[in-house]
Design a protein around this ligand. Structure first.
Ligand code: KIV
Length: 277
């Protein structure tokens, strides 16, 4: 199958930009975000009208089958980022900076950020953390690269937490999260993912900030929602946290289609004369 980039336009929506996200927050219009990791799925969800596509390092889990996001490398994120960019016209595309690529020093963070932006031509990068990474955040922003922050459950720090449970349940962690959120906004981040925190805390952070918050397991009082595509489409059937709503059951749909194909091949029903040259 060949796809031509310009052919993809299906409507006259404008490209989603960082300023559009701010306008949406001001207007009270909710922001929709989903992950994608490849050209074909990015094409579908872009044409369906999604606002933001996140090339998440969750690729490690749902594309590769790892238990954590830690094994992802800069080059692997570039491979997925470029694949998604090839399918997208309207959505804003955000690429995760992988574990270890922005921690050693601000200068190494900028080198990796520039490499990802140059080689993917994505619109924005996402980094996990607050005060611990703020100098790297500032240095990347100074290079003219937009950043989406990520607080709450930060899967790259799973070995520090010891579990994927709810974060910021106690006052001390909740207070730190509010301070980190302000710090990221003051530094110039364009938006902020809040993962797996109490809905009331997410609501407070959302009220405090002028940049949009995008929640996953953070309740309804945020400016937008994000889900991992494989989870919401029912491909990743072993994963069913409370916050997940499944919109399809692709595992069953694909199983049925593949079994029909196998039966047709075994019975010599496929290909028919119409399907032959
Ligand atoms: O990598 C990812 O998919 C993410 C989302 C869960 C927000 O960071």
């Amino acid at each position: 199958m060949t796809q031509v980039k310009g052919y993809l336009s299906s409507d006259n929506r404008k490209k989603v930009t960082t300023s559009k996200l701010l306008e949406m927050k001001k207007a009270g219009e909710k922001i929709s975000m989903l992950t994608a990791y490849d050209f074909s799925m990015a094409t579908v969800i872009d044409r369906a009208g999604i606002d933001i596509i996140l090339v998440g390092d969750s690729a490690s889990n749902v594309m590769v089958g790892n238990n954590t996001t830690l094994p992802m490398t800069v080059d692997q994120m570039i491979y997925h980022g470029k694949s998604v960019m090839n399918g997208v016209e309207k959505a804003m595309v955000v690429v995760d900076m992988p574990f270890g690529s922005y921690h050693a020093s601000p200068s190494e963070a900028v080198t990796n950020a520039v490499k990802i932006m140059r080689e993917t031509e994505a619109d924005c990068l996402k980094l996990e953390g607050g005060i611990e990474i703020i100098e790297s955040v500032k240095a990347i922003l100074a290079a003219g690269i937009p950043i989406m922050g990520h607080l709450g459950l930060m899967p790259q720090s799973i070995n520090k937490y010891g579990s994927f449970g709810l974060r910021a349940k106690d006052d001390k962690e909740a207070q730190k999260l509010i301070e980190d959120a302000k710090l990221l906004e003051d530094a110039g981040c364009c938006s902020l993912v809040l993962e797996k925190i109490p809905a009331e805390l997410a609501a407070n952070v959302t009220k405090e900030l002028t940049i949009p918050t995008i929640g996953i397991g953070a309740g309804p009082f945020v400016d937008g929602q994000v889900l991992v595509m494989h989870d919401m489409l029912g491909l990743n059937i072993g994963f069913s946290p409370k916050f997940l709503r499944r919109y399809a059951n692709l595992y069953d749909v694909i199983t049925e289609a593949v079994q029909s194909y196998i039966n047709d091949v075994k019975s010599s029903d496929f290909p028919s004369s119409d399907e032959s040259y």
